[in-house]
Design a protein around this ligand. Structure first.
Ligand SMILES: Nc1nc2c(c(=O)[nH]1)N[C@H]1C(S)=C(S)[C@@H](COP(=O)(O)OP(=O)(O)OC[C@H]3O[C@@H](n4cnc5c(=O)[nH]c(N)nc54)[C@H](O)[C@@H]3O)O[C@H]1N2
Ligand SMILES: Nc1nc2c(c(=O)[nH]1)N[C@H]1C(S)=C(S)[C@@H](COP(=O)(O)OP(=O)(O)OC[C@H]3O[C@@H](n4cnc5c(=O)[nH]c(N)nc54)[C@H](O)[C@@H]3O)O[C@H]1N2
Ligand code: SF4
Ligand SMILES: [Mo]
Length: 868
């Protein structure tokens, strides 16, 4: 940093639950060397966050219907409608649906307003789709929703088990810390349990490609094995736990060979894993959505925890079960009580003493004694009219909920849908009756809690765009209009944080670990300067290490876990569709979808499948596949991947109707949930596939809207010019005239029209000779040099260039250099090939030659694969 420059602001990354510290002023950005989570590192999403900022595409003003209105009018309307519904139908007829992307202060206020003052419990959160099975498993085992360990445990461990986690892509900095630790201490072992071979397997000494949905069987088998091989910690079990025998009885005692067959694993591999687990006191089992998002997700979590309790490995250095959180503030939301079946600060709705303490603290007139509806049931209640007004903040359920088309229909039919978002175009906002513009990252001010319970600040360092306001502010102004002004009279986020922190004193009073009460009297200045710290504030980095838990008797509970249900594929839906994340995209792409570089890793929606499966179904790499579920159908590209079982498919969760015509994976996913947690089984959807062969292919460049054709995918090219590339395909015979509607106006058109060969090309120029539109339609996918064409949109094209415009290629060899592997330095396959030809034979050598992999390191697994 140059010495004269303004100091950078310390903040926290807006993406994943690793919660990396950053230093930025909106123009410069680097990792915060002092932050305990990342010590200065950032992954590719974090590094490119500045490319997603800016006013373009933001929701800037409140709207009622399509009409821009003042905040006063919008808030009057929200309050008026909520009041009328509550008066006529009771508090059960209104709902909030919130998100782990809110700040703790926003979340606290939303929960307080619903449960304390509106008197209903229908506030649920997208954490229901994400962490609720882990929450339920923690509560059953520990008596409280606590992740016992910390990131350092992954470095201290001698065995790290990663199950249902694609850590390399979803929690890259945790993965890099693990990779660095393993490099320092090669004796450390890593086991990955995942039906797919993922980038995470790159680090694995052993990959168990388990049959989908079978983790309980695997961990039950482990419990039995530990018992049979005298590897239990009997003293710990006796002193600190209950119900071991019931868990062991439920675990069954299938011989290893039979169990391995059932799990689809070589018996030797299964035995190796059990042996390693038995003999390694320092073992961490990290789990994520492959565990949580299943019909028995809660049992899956408890089966893992059982194995740790049985060996006394909880909350000790280098040992523990570790549920890693997804969203930047998933943990904060769980603290404040954002789930419909929680009250607040780790206290329970069903407990009268907890309710009395909370009512007293808030001065609340009415606390519900019954849990509210969990997300799937909540949207069902919207669909059948029991819920008549819903306020959705910081989440996009029309894309991310199972049976997403039904969620959309429910919102379209609902009388009052209020949506708070920072972006102007989302599939959920399209259903809003009232739209409220929210501040986004860099503008909003508050705190978040990461996976290791570390509370960090996200301060504002950018001005508010348009009339966007903080979410807590909008909630408080509505509370005021409903007559609860005194309880929501906060001067700012510091005020809210102090109240919340004090309130965690109640948790402590009821014997919980959550405790931030020492921060209850921070000054505004101290709040501004808060350095990352984990709760309990007066505790160490770990919880439960002394064997005392948050249950009434201080003992942890083993949970008897029934064998997993059989997969519900059938002859009509013979394949199991898995879904999840890509390295460079965030959820429904409302933010990462603004950074063109983040599309260079994967640019169109796709379905991964094994080459033999593809051959059997008449599908080929790059062709199109129709995926049929019970509720809907999707259309995407085929990608061949030998890392999948032959009866499995994988589809990314990211594509919304803003980025492709029919690639919302959640339209396919049925709304089947875990009976304990209510979390949907996103990972295991029965489907069928069939090829789709278009009559023509096309590419369109411009700033226009998506053409209404059978297949389209939007790939941002340049954010300043709002320039997109649309990849197109159609089933009907080609009719170029239809495209007139979708092409922007131009001063001059160059056209090539060859109906006999099925070729049609058009380039539109403005008065100065700059491209404003470019279209190519052909029987096979047209080639082009997107970088060259993008330049032609920016600067007038010279005579030589004009001659090549319809070709779409400047002739300087830019086309067909393959996919970008290293996003940070935009290194393409061709460059890597050249580096290899020039003698680069290791990741380090590639880095020296072409810089690939030397910034965030997220592409290192792919560089290794490339070298292999
Ligand atoms: N790049 C990126 N990172 C993110 C996010 C993002 O959108 N993009 N989102 C964040 C959020 S909110 C979350 S919750 C996390 C999620 O982080 P992860 O849970 O790591 O990510 P997923 O890709 O959803 O799924 C993890 C793995 O579970 C595997 N799996 C599927 N079925 C089974 C099974 O039956 N058993 C086992 N053992 N494994 C199975 C899948 O094959 C997949 O590789 O990521 C966070 N980080
Ligand atoms: N098939 C399938 N479906 C899944 C999953 C899966 O693995 N497979 N994973 C599930 C999981 S784990 C998760 S967490 C969900 C995520 O799903 P969503 O929460 O629906 O996804 P996001 O795209 O993160 O939506 C966040 C929205 O909030 C907006 N936003 C960002 N910051 C703010 C803010 O400060 N205030 C306001 N008001 N708005 C803001 C963004 O622009 C965006 O529109 O998806 C779930 N759905
Ligand atoms: S790992 Fe990447 S996305 Fe996650 S918090 Fe760190 S920089 Fe952000
Ligand atoms: Mo999540």
């Amino acid at each position: 940093m140059n010495p004269g420059a303004e100091p950078l602001t310390k903040t926290t990354c807006p993406y994943c639950g690793v919660g990396c510290g950053m230093l930025t002023d909106g123009a410069r950005l680097r990792g915060d060397g002092d932050h305990p989570a990342n010590a200065g590192r950032l992954c590719v999403k974090g590094s490119s966050v500045l490319d997603t900022l800016g006013e373009h595409g933001r929701l800037l003003y409140p709207r009622i219907g399509q009409r821009r209105v003042s905040w006063d009018l919008a808030l009057d309307e929200v309050a008026g409608r909520f009041r009328r519904v509550i008066e006529e139908h009771g508090p059960e007829a209104v709902a909030f649906y919130v998100s782990g992307q809110l700040l703790t202060e926003d979340y606290y206020v939303a929960n307080k307003l619903m449960k304390g003052f509106l008197g209903g419990a229908n506030i649920d959160t997208n954490s229901r789709l994400c962490m609720s099975s882990a929450v339920a498993a923690h509560k059953r085992a520990f008596g409280e929703d606590v992740v016992p360990g910390c990131y350092q445990d992954l470095e201290l461990a001698d065995l790290v088990v990663l199950t249902g986690s694609n850590t390399a892509w979803a929690h890259p900095i945790v993965y890099q810390r693990l990779a660095a630790a393993k490099k320092r201490r090669p004796a450390m072992k890593v086991v990955v349990i995942d039906p797919r071979r993922t980038a995470t397997c790159d680090l694995a000494d052993l990959h168990l490609a388990i049959r989908p949905g079978q983790d309980v069987a695997l961990f039950n088998g482990l419990l039995r094995w530990l018992h049979d091989h005298d590897a239990l910690d009997r003293d710990y079990i006796d002193a600190h736990t209950r119900d071991f025998q019931a868990a062991l009885d439920a675990a069954g005692d299938q011989p290893l060979a039979g169990l391995a067959r059932r799990l689809g694993l070589p018996a030797a591999d299964l035995g190796t894993f059990y042996q390693w687990f038995a003999e390694t006191p320092r073992t961490v089992t990290l789990f994520s959505q492959g565990i949580n998002q299943a019909r028995n997700g809660t049992d899956q979590g408890n089966a893992i925890i059982n194995a740790h309790l049985a060996t006394g490995r909880v909350g000790r250095p280098g040992a523990g079960p570790f549920s890693i959180t997804g969203q930047p503030n998933a943990m904060g939301g769980r603290e404040v009580g954002g789930l419909a079946n929680q009250l607040a600060v780790h206290l329970d709705l069903e407990d009268a003493a907890h309710r009395a303490a909370v009512a007293d603290f808030w001065g609340a007139p009415a606390l519900p004694a019954e849990p509210g509806l969990m997300a799937v049931d909540l949207f069902q209640a919207v669909a059948d009219g029991r819920i008549k007004a819903i306020w959705i903040l910081a989440t996009n359920p029309v894309d991310s909920m199972p049976e997403a088309d039904r969620v959309r229909a429910a919102l379209e039919a609902c009388d009052t849908v209020v949506v708070s978002d920072c972006m102007a175009d989302t599939d959920t906002l399209a259903c809003a009756d009232i739209a409220l513009p929210a501040l986004g990252w860099g503008e909003k001010d508050g705190t978040v809690t990461n996976s290791e319970r570390c509370v960090s600040r996200q301060p504002a360092f950018l001005p508010a765009p348009g009339e966007a306001r903080p979410d807590w502010w909008a909630l408080c102004r509505v509370a005021e209009r409903l007559g609860y002004g005194a309880a929501f009279d906060y001067a700012g986020p510091a005020d809210i944080f102090r109240e919340y922190a004090s309130m965690t004193g109640l948790a402590r009073r009821f014997g919980k670990q959550l405790d931030l009460s020492a921060a209850g009297d921070l000054s505004d200045h101290q709040y501004q300067r808060w350095a990352p710290r984990a709760w309990p504030l007066d505790g160490g980095a770990r919880c439960f290490g002394d064997g005392r838990f948050s249950t009434a008797d201080g003992r942890a509970r083993f949970v008897a876990c029934a064998p997993p249900p059989a997969p519900d594929t059938n002859h009509r839906r013979p394949l199991l569709l898995n879904s999840g994340r890509l390295r460079d995209q965030w959820h429904t792409m409302t933010r990462t979808g603004r950074a063109p570089a983040l599309f260079s890793h994967r640019d169109e929606p796709f379905v991964d499948m094994h080459p033999r499966r593809a051959a059997r179904e008449g599908l080929e790499e790059g062709g199109f596949v129709r995926v049929r579920g019970d509720a809907s159908e999707a259309l995407a590209r085929v990608r061949l991947d030998r890392g999948l079982g032959e009866d499995q498919l994988f589809m990314p969760m990211h594509w919304s109707d803003c980025f492709s015509g029919r690639a919302r994976v959640d339209a396919l996913v049925p709304a089947r949930t875990d009976p304990v947690s209510g979390q949907p089984a996103f990972k295991h959807t029965p489907v069928a596939v069939a090829p789709w062969r278009p009559a023509w292919h096309g590419v369109m460049l411009g700033a226009g809207a998506a053409p209404e054709v059978d297949y389209w995918a939007r790939i941002p090219l340049d954010r300043e010019m709002a320039l997109d590339r649309y990849v197109l395909a159609g089933g009907d015979p080609l009719d170029p005239a239809r495209f007139q509607d979708w092409l922007p106006a131009a001063a001059q058109w160059l056209t090539l029209d060859d109906p006999a060969a099925g070729h049609y090309r058009r380039a539109g120029l403005d008065g100065e000779g700059r491209l404003v539109a470019w279209l190519a339609l052909a029987p096979t996918p047209p080639a082009l040099d997107a970088d060259w064409l993008t330049r032609a949109f920016r600067e007038p094209v010279d005579a030589a260039g004009r001659a090549r415009l319809l070709l779409g290629d400047g002739g300087d060899g830019g086309a067909d250099r393959g996919a970008v592997i290293c996003t940070c330095y935009q290194v393409r396959e061709a460059t890597l090939r050249e580096a290899v030809a020039g003698g680069a034979d290791s990741v380090a050598a590639l880095g020296r030659r072409c810089r690939a992999g030397t910034n965030c390191g997220s592409c290192i697994p792919e560089l290794k694969a490339f070298l292999a």
